[in-house]
Structures are given as C-alpha cells and as structure tokens.
Design a protein around this ligand. Structure first.
Ligand code: MN
Length: 605
C-alpha cells in the first residue's frame, strides 16, 4: 500500500501561527506519550520563533525544552526549521557558529533539519547542510514558494536539482503564506519528483483556505510527505487538520495508517490548551484570501496585527498590507519569510507611519541592498538602493565569506553567564534577550509573562478603554490606547490622560493608579520633554535605544544619524531632522522610548 507520511507541526508552527508562539513546554509534555505512539514521520518542535518566545516571554531555556521533548518522544523523529546561514537569528552568522549550532542541536535531539534561505540563495544553505550531513542527521533542503514576475516552475526545479547535488536527503516545498493553488501544486510536485530522486515534503499554510486541496493534489502527483496540525491548532493561518487528512485518505491507496481515534484524543487535549492562550488568538480566524494579493505569511499577519495594536495604529493595517508588495518589488521580489518578511514588514510599517516612503530606512534594508543577505531574485530598485546606501559597495560573494570566526568572541563576551556551549549559542542567536535571559537565570529572576484567566475576554475588549478618574478633586479623562509586552510582572499600558500620551506599568488594568497630570511628562515615567519643535528628534514607533551616536555640543547636518533604535526586531537609524548643535540628550542605551518624546534636542537657531 502506498502510504502518505505525516509531519505534525503542533509543537512549532501551529502555535506560532495562531497564538504568537506562546505554548509552554508544560502544555506539550502531557501530550507527548500519546503523540509518540501515533507513528508520525516526524514532529516539528523547534525553530527561530519558538526559541525567541521561550527566552523573551516564557522564560524557558529552549535547549531544555528540546531535551525534555527528546526524552518524552523517544520513538518519533524530531524536526526543526533552520534559517540557513541565519540559523535562528536575523543576521548572517560565520560558518563556525553555524557548525557549532547544528552540532549542538543534533546532539540535543534534532533528527531532521529543514533548512531554508529567505532569498532561495543556495549559497546560504551550503554550510548548514554540510553540517547536518556531518552530524549524520536528515538534511532537508527547502524551496521557499512565492509568486512574482520572476518566479516560475523552471526556477524551482533548478533549485531542487541544486539541493539534490548538495547532498540533501529530501526536499521541502515551503508555502509559508498559503499562496499555492491546487493545480500549481500538482504541477510543481510532479515536475520536482521527475527532476530529482528525492522525496518531496509539502508545507502549506491554510491561510487562504486552499491548503487541503493543495495537499491532495500533491499526493496525487507523487508527494508522500505532508505537514498537518492537530485539529485544535489547525486552519486559519496554521495548517490543514491532521485528523481531517487522515480521515480523507483512509482506505485509499494513500492511507496514512494513523489511528484516527488516538488523534482525536490528542485534538481534545489541545483544545483545552488553546483556551489558556486565548489572549493571543488573532481576530482573523478563518480563510483570508488577501494573502493571494499581499503574500503575507501567517506568522507575519499575527505579528503585524499585535505590533500595530501596541502602537495604537491598528487602523493602518490595510495600508501596511498594501505597502508590503510595493516594498517587496523595490527589493527584487524576495519570498516573504523570516527574515525578509520582518525586513519588508518593518519597512512597510515605517513607510506608512512616517507618511513618506523611505524617509526612514531600517539598517536591515540597507544591509539587504548591499547584498549582505544574498542575491535578490530580481534586480532591486536603483533609486531606493541609492537612497539607502549611496555609493557604498554592493557585494556579490556569499555573505558569510566576508565574516570572521565568531565563536571565540561570543564565548568571551558572554563569559560566566554561560554554563555551557548551548548558552553561548543562545547568546549568539539573541544577543539582547538571550543575555537578559541568562542574567535573570543567574539571579533566579525568571518570571514568565502572565496569562489572562480562561473565560475572560481580551483586555481591550472586556474592559472599558475610556473612563474618567477623579483625583484630589480634579477629573481626568483616561483612554487606553494599547498594551505592550510584560517584562517580569509588569505590563506597560499606553494611554492618554486628557489627550496627553502616558505609559503606566501595571500587572493588570485593575491596578492602574491615577496618573499624575504633568503636561511635560511622557512615557515610562521618564521626564523626557514632549516633542514640539523641528529640532526635537523623535522615534516613529515605540522601541528600544540601541545606541546614541552624538554628544551634547556636536554639530550635525540634517540627515546625520543620531540614534539607533530597535522596533519590531529591526534596527532603525534615526536621523537629525535639522542641522544645528546638539543641546540635550534625553536617552541612553537600553531605554524604552515612545513616539512624541524628545530623544535629542538640536538647536537650529
Ligand atoms: Mn510555516
């Protein structure tokens, strides 16, 4: 009997796509014994976003999660998603870091490495694939599926052949956005199956409501490996339901051989788990065919949604969706997947929120336009490139060829905070939050974010967002405009008091104490003056200060970079709006800032 094999993505992509990657290990482990008995081809358990969320929000050691899952799932292949030379981070790492990471992940429990590059530049896959082969594990080369005037079946077949020549054990077609349509899938799968000897794995998001049809067409065209998610975390921006596909294929030539009753039990378990995370559920549930136009991957939709909500700019989301394909065209039609989805998403947000396209350009877009992420699928817009990098050199070699070995420096930098090589790699992947995590762990101060009790609706729906507070006989009108991520036990709320933006740190809205009315004060309890003059340098989004590039007394030109800030995981250069002398600096590295605050004052008299 011809058997179709299943990779269940419940422990990685499913919760990444639906609840902002928040599922905790404590909710995975109780299901593992049953998951391990199913007979899946593999379980996808690890990737960049799960690693990030563990450190940032859940305060779990991602390596420990992998170890625990390895013990709890002794009979099932464990699979991870690896961003080629970017590993789990957002930049290119030197080859020695890639080798160390793969070796450590393989030793800790990963059996199958699905390796992709956001530009489909196979040079960025070489080192990772070689390292996987050296570790004796399964190397799965990945084609990121996208559509554009420069992408056609021929291009994907050529890439499949290259992956085979590189020694991959299988090929994955990664349709991260849910862009594939059934007939196209059928053609692509049969042509790749004909062109190579490798098994094809299909990863197809359900976003547009077409994924089940694509999976079936793929199976009929020779695909024997499909990705699905257990029903409780299926559909929408996630994947077709495991149980549905198993039922659909039962008693046919394509029978999966999996026990539907056993799967249903697991589905019921995760149905309860999902309730616990209701606050992270997107408002976009059900098919959304806009991806066929905007090409926004599932994970990116939920990210953009929560980021714009935090910034009180949710009403601009349609504008951002419309700007994304325009930025993508300017950058030579890269597939939208991490990190290009973040690079393009953040630039599109900036283009919309600043009101002037490319008036602010993120450092990542600059690096991209220098060729430092690899070769774009098509020519980039020369005007945007000129505006971003001027006459700076564009490289055409493999980006990592220009990088010196890093492991020694990383070990030294993190020093005693690292107990072992895995900790060094954690720091390498996420220098800021990784280091913060290791510090907190050393101080026994790891506190996961708080979850809202089951049964309560989301804060911003269930609670009044506008009310009056009377304090010492004076009445203030309070309007909550959004919330931020909690750090330790505090969660910032952005609000206005009599129309003046404020931020308070509280555990829940119940604890809001009346905010002192001080027209000169703004966010975070800081005493930064509100920006009122052209020489007041501001950020266009809430973010963190990475670096201050000027000192009081410096003379600057209009356009001189004065501050590097990080917002939406992207670094942005904030430039002097006018020429003049720096008269005051109100920020330091590590500060959280909000728009409307004056960060630096320039006297243009
Ligand atoms: Mn995916």
């Amino acid at each position: 009997m011809t058997t179709v094999n299943i990779t269940d993505v419940i422990l990685r992509d499913a919760h990444q796509s639906l609840i902002a990657t928040r599922m905790r290990t404590e909710d995975m482990l109780p299901a593992c014994e049953r998951l391990d008995r199913i007979g899946y081809w593999s379980l996808e358990v690890w990737g960049g976003a799960t690693f990030d969320a563990c450190l940032r929000y859940l305060k779990e050691d991602p390596w420990q999660r992998l170890e625990d899952l390895r013990v709890a799932l002794p009979n099932t292949r464990l699979q991870m998603l690896l961003r080629g030379q970017n590993l789990l981070g957002y930049r290119h790492y030197s080859d020695d870091v890639v080798e160390a990471f793969v070796e450590r992940a393989a030793a800790t429990g990963i059996d199958v490495f699905r390796v992709f590059d956001a530009l489909n530049d196979t040079r960025n896959l070489q080192t990772a694939i070689a390292a996987v082969r050296k570790s004796g594990k399964h190397a799965q080369g990945t084609i990121c599926y996208t559509t554009s005037p420069v992408h056609d079946t021929g291009k994907f077949i050529a890439m499949a052949r290259e992956l085979e020549d590189m020694g991959c054990d299988s090929i994955a077609i990664k349709d991260m956005a849910g862009l594939m349509t059934p007939m196209v899938t059928g053609t692509l799968v049969s042509e790749i199956t004909r062109a190579t000897r490798l098994p094809v794995h299909l990863h197809c998001h359900a976003t547009a409501g077409t994924a089940e049809m694509c999976l079936l067409k793929a199976i009929e065209s020779g695909c024997r490996h499909i990705d699905t998610a257990i029903s409780a975390f299926s559909g929408s921006t996630s994947h077709p339901a495991t149980e549905s596909m198993v039922a659909a294929l039962r008693n046919t030539d394509y029978d999966t051989g999996l026990d539907l009753d056993a799967l249903q039990e697991i589905g019921l378990y995760f149905r309860d788990v999902r309730k616990k995370y209701h606050q992270f559920d997107s408002d976009y549930l059900g098919p959304d065919t806009r991806v066929q136009v905007y090409q926004v991957p599932g994970g990116m939709i939920s990210n953009l949604y929560s980021q714009l909500r935090e910034q009180g700019a949710l009403d601009r989301i349609e504008d951002v969706f419309a700007e994304i394909p325009a930025v993508r065209k300017d950058l030579g039609y890269p597939p939208l997947v991490t990190p290009t989805s973040q690079i393009i998403g953040a630039q599109a947000v900036l283009n919309v929120l600043t009101g002037k396209r490319y008036s602010t350009i993120t450092n990542e877009v600059k690096l991209y336009l220098q060729g430092r992420y690899g070769k774009a699928p098509a020519a980039v817009d020369p005007q945007v490139q000129q505006q971003a990098i001027g006459k700076e050199n564009v490289i055409d070699v493999r980006p990592a060829d220009l990088l010196d070995s890093e492991m020694g420096r990383l070990r030294e930098q993190i020093g005693e905070l690292a107990d072992n090589e895995a900790d060094v790699l954690t720091y390498a992947m996420f220098p800021e939050i990784g280091k913060e995590f290791l510090q907190q762990r050393k101080q026994n101060a790891l506190v996961p974010e708080t979850l809202e009790p089951v049964g309560k609706k989301k804060t911003d729906h269930a609670r009044p967002t506008e009310f009056n507070v009377t304090l010492h006989g004076e009445s203030y009108h309070i309007k909550v405009t959004g919330t931020g991520h909690s750090t330790l036990d505090n969660r910032p709320f952005y609000m206005t008091v009599d129309g003046v933006p404020e931020e308070v740190l509280v555990e829940t809205l119940d604890q809001i104490s009346p905010v002192k009315k001080d027209k000169n004060a703004t966010a975070g309890g800081s005493r930064r003056p509100r920006a009122t003059r052209p020489g007041h340098v501001t950020a266009s989004m809430p973010g963190t200060i990475i670096d201050v590039l000027v000192a009081v007394g410096d003379l600057v030109e209009a356009g001189t970079p004065v501050i590097i800030s990080e917002a939406m995981k992207m670094e942005t250069e904030i430039q002097a709006p006018v020429a003049g002398r720096v008269t005051a600096i109100h920020v330091a590295r590590g500060d959280s800032v909000n728009p409307d605050e004056t960060l630096v004052e320039i006297n243009d008299d």
